[in-house]
Design a protein around this ligand. Structure first.
Ligand SMILES: [Zn+2]
Length: 369
């Protein structure tokens, strides 16, 4: 795992719709690759000399955006109201600091206020109710005028959790924000760099190409565009998947930190192509790569929209187990990032045309005139 890359991406400011800083943070790591962004902040990354020569196109997808917030309104007393960008739960927000970006591009620190214990009745202390609409964001101002004129903050300014990346080398442990899904973005950039260094992409059975998509957390909007543009035949979606090991027993947990990459059999948005999974698991066995299968009752990924484009796109969904995604602080293990990178990289290199036909189900009926 390239720690500097994950650090740069994790620290980057990029809630849904405001991913520009993530693009700029990624750029120094794209040396030797060709890349461009579109008007929505989607980032397309190709191997040098990529040629569409009739081989199937394999899209590597991850989303660039993170769960964040937006300034919804500014009250006379100088407190701000917020609206969510993505699925954070309101109970995870009070008593946390955030960064707001104003229209001049300056970052302002704020505190999402927890109702002070001093002003609560006995009853309120036992049952606090948290609704996003009632949360107050405090930037240290005393009036609406001060918020606007002195802090330069307006309605509509974007907000992210205020967290800095840290790596604990001794335990191989990453700490930071937005591992959903900057770990996926980091994995794809590393894979593209390895494929570029191999220098033999023209001999592969597939054409690997990457698109990092904006606005996933508000409904897979970026991938709706990237899939139309790339027109993939197959895809691998990378995710920072919610780690469940503290919430289920060992038998039931399916996203345990340190147990390898997660291969998602289904979630609410997509039922995976079983042929793709069996090919991936054969490769994992061959290279001794750790993985765990998951059948998720909830959740969804960009596979939902990518699978429905072109002539139906089989998607493999790989997840790096990440604790507390969609809240301020996350943990993940470098070994799980490595397992995810290794499995996808080997898959790209070793997919043969027979396996691609099998995954595309050309071996069921084929075509008859
Ligand atoms: Zn995600």
């Amino acid at each position: 795992m390239n720690r500097e890359l994950l650090q740069a991406l994790s620290n980057a400011f990029g809630p849904s719709g405001y991913e520009e800083e993530v693009l700029r943070s990624a750029e120094p790591f794209l040396n030797g690759l060709s890349y461009e962004n579109d008007a929505m902040n989607n980032l397309y990354i190709r191997l040098p000399g990529e040629k569409r020569d009739g081989r199937p196109v394999l899209l590597l997808d991850a989303h660039l955006d993170e769960c964040g917030m937006m300034v919804q309104s500014i009250a006379d007393d100088g407190s701000l109201r917020i609206i969510l960008l993505g699925g954070m739960h309101p109970t995870s927000l009070p008593a946390h600091s955030v960064r707001i970006r104003n229209r001049k591009g300056e970052y302002v620190r704020g505190i999402i206020a927890a109702e002070p214990v001093h002003f609560m009745t006995e009853e309120e202390r036992k049952h606090t109710n948290v609704a996003v609409e009632t949360l107050k964001l405090d930037v240290g101002a005393v009036s609406r005028e001060e918020v606007i004129e002195f802090f330069g903050i307006h309605e509509g300014d974007p907000i992210v959790p205020d967290v800095s990346f840290d790596y604990d080398e001794k335990h191989g442990l990453c700490f930071g924000k937005a591992f959903d899904n900057r770990v996926g973005c980091a994995a794809i950039i590393e894979i593209m760099q390895r494929l570029k260094e191999d220098g033999d992409a023209g001999n592969l059975a597939v054409i690997p190409t990457a698109a990092l998509a904006a606005q996933e957390e508000v409904g897979e909007r970026g991938a709706t565009v990237t899939a139309q543009r790339v027109k993939p035949d197959l895809a691998i979606v990378f995710e920072g998947s919610p780690s469940d090991d503290f919430y289920f027993g060992v038998q039931q947990a399916q996203c345990r930190m340190g147990e390898g990459t997660q291969i998602r059999i289904m979630d609410k948005s997509y039922i995976s192509n079983p042929a793709f999974i069996s090919v991936a698991e054969q490769i994992a066995a061959k290279y001794h790569i750790r993985y765990q299968e998951a059948v998720r009752r909830g959740g969804g990924t960009n596979a939902s929209v990518i699978s429905l484009t072109n002539h139906a796109v089989p998607v493999l969904v790989l997840g790096v187990p990440s604790r507390y995604v969609h809240s301020h602080y996350n943990f993940c293990k470098a070994a799980d990032v490595d397992a995810t990178i290794e499995l996808a990289y080997r898959l790209v290199r070793e997919l043969g045309s027979d396996e691609v036909k099998h995954i595309l189900r050309k071996d069921i009926l084929g075509g008859r005139a």
